[in-house]
Write a protein that binds this ligand. Structure first.
Ligand SMILES: CC(C)(COP(=O)(O)OP(=O)(O)OC[C@H]1O[C@@H](n2cnc3c(N)ncnc32)[C@H](O)[C@@H]1OP(=O)(O)O)[C@@H](O)C(=O)NCCC(=O)NCCS
Length: 159
């Protein structure tokens, strides 16, 4: 599935192996503990039916991506990133809106994600979409790096 946002000249499309170098560059810019080349490569070469890897593309440039899965009506957002040079332009909102639309089409009843307690920009983004804290995972991102679990039900706002 490919969707377009003509206002920003953005498309939302499945991630391909050809995108990997750009994705890894973004991953390294955005995260202290980036996902590995091996993980992305294996996932893209042998896609599992419940996993979704999508990029936001402007012309030939990957300007963000989102990874989520949906299993038995429960969706989990595993990764979302926009490179610093493209942040605060609405691309994060575009990625999340597009993913939530797909989850709704796939009959997702609820959506869960983890976010570092210290990551306020991402938390503001999720709150805008109706996500709320439903738990905490101690040391999830390493020693003393706790994560909030955010949840949103299918009947909540915006999905
Ligand atoms: C979180 C992230 C994906 C947001 O992407 P983005 O394209 O910059 O987000 P948008 O421009 O669509 O902004 C959406 C909302 O997010 C919030 N937000 C994003 N960046 C923010 C910042 N630096 N400070 C405060 N709020 C911020 C705001 O609520 C914003 O809405 P507003 O513009 O109406 O105020 C991006 O900052 C990123 O990739 N961060 C590094 C990776 C990461 O932390 N991923 C999340 C892991 S859980």
């Amino acid at each position: 599935m490919t969707t377009q946002n003509p206002l920003q000249n953005l498309t939302f499309e499945p991630m391909h192996l050809d995108d990997l170098q750009q994705v890894l560059d973004i991953e390294n810019q955005c995260f202290e503990n980036p996902w590995s080349n091996t993980y992305f490569t294996i996932s893209l070469k042998r896609p599992r039916s419940y996993e979704r890897f999508y990029v936001a593309r402007r012309e030939n440039t990957v300007v963000g991506y989102i990874v989520f899965n949906i299993l038995h009506g429960e969706a989990h957002i595993l990764n979302i990133a926009v490179p610093p040079a493209f942040q605060r332009q609405g691309i994060g909102k575009y990625l999340l809106t597009s993913a939530l639309e797909m989850i709704q089409v796939d009959n997702g009843r609820e959506v869960l994600l983890e976010v570092a307690v210290s990551n306020l920009p991402a938390q503001y983004l999720y709150r805008q979409f109706g996500f709320r804290i439903c738990g905490i995972r101690k040391n999830y991102y390493g020693r003393y790096k706790d994560a909030y679990v955010f949840r949103k039900g299918a009947k909540d706002d915006a999905i």
